[in-house]
Design a protein around this ligand. Structure first.
Ligand code: FES
Length: 166
């Protein structure tokens, strides 16, 4: 049976009809086609599905979509108004679109190889600074420990976060 859900996703209020058992991850990826949020383990072990709900990071695979009623959900697609360029005009190409400073820092510091974990890493990294856990490389490593990178880009990810923090 479908239930109504009203949720603000990346600044747009959505009036949806969903099955109560659907996870936020499946809602985002399958119903809304916001596929920037990745499904790695689907069991809360990898962090690939990290998004923000009312500013706090959550694993979307462990969150029932129904629990986001009235909330504000931010995914990697909504981290910045990324389809616009620096003067606020619609960007002619992805190459001229604006990125969030954390996205720029991941590029500058090579904070990824295959890129699959990157949206989740970046959502966690933004929360790491926002929540005040970026005061040292050790503190960052601790906060980011739920985000697994099979390519082992950890050192560069910490460098990127330290760079944005300063
Ligand atoms: Fe959610 Fe792995 S897909 S933690």
């Amino acid at each position: 049976e479908q239930m109504p859900l009203h949720v603000n996703i990346n600044g747009t209020i959505r009036q949806l009809s969903i099955e109560p058992r659907v996870t936020l991850l499946d809602l985002l990826r399958e119903q809304l086609h916001l596929t920037g949020t990745k499904k790695g383990c689907d069991h809360g072990q990898c962090g690939a599905c990290t998004v923000h709900v009312d500013g706090a990071r959550v694993n979307a695979c462990l969150t029932l979509a129904m629990t986001t009623e009235g909330c504000q959900v931010t995914t990697i697609e909504g981290l910045t108004d990324g389809d616009r360029n620096r003067s606020g005009e619609p960007a002619a190409s992805p190459a001229t679109a604006r990125l969030h400073p954390m996205q720029e820092a991941f590029i500058k510091h090579d904070g990824f190889q295959c890129g699959y974990c990157t949206p989740g890493q970046i959502m966690s990294a933004v929360a790491c600074i926002r929540e005040g856990h970026a005061n040292s490389p050790d503190e960052i490593r601790e906060y980011m420990s739920g985000n697994i990178c099979r390519c082992g880009a950890y050192a560069n990810i910490v460098d990127a976060i330290m760079d944005v923090k300063k």
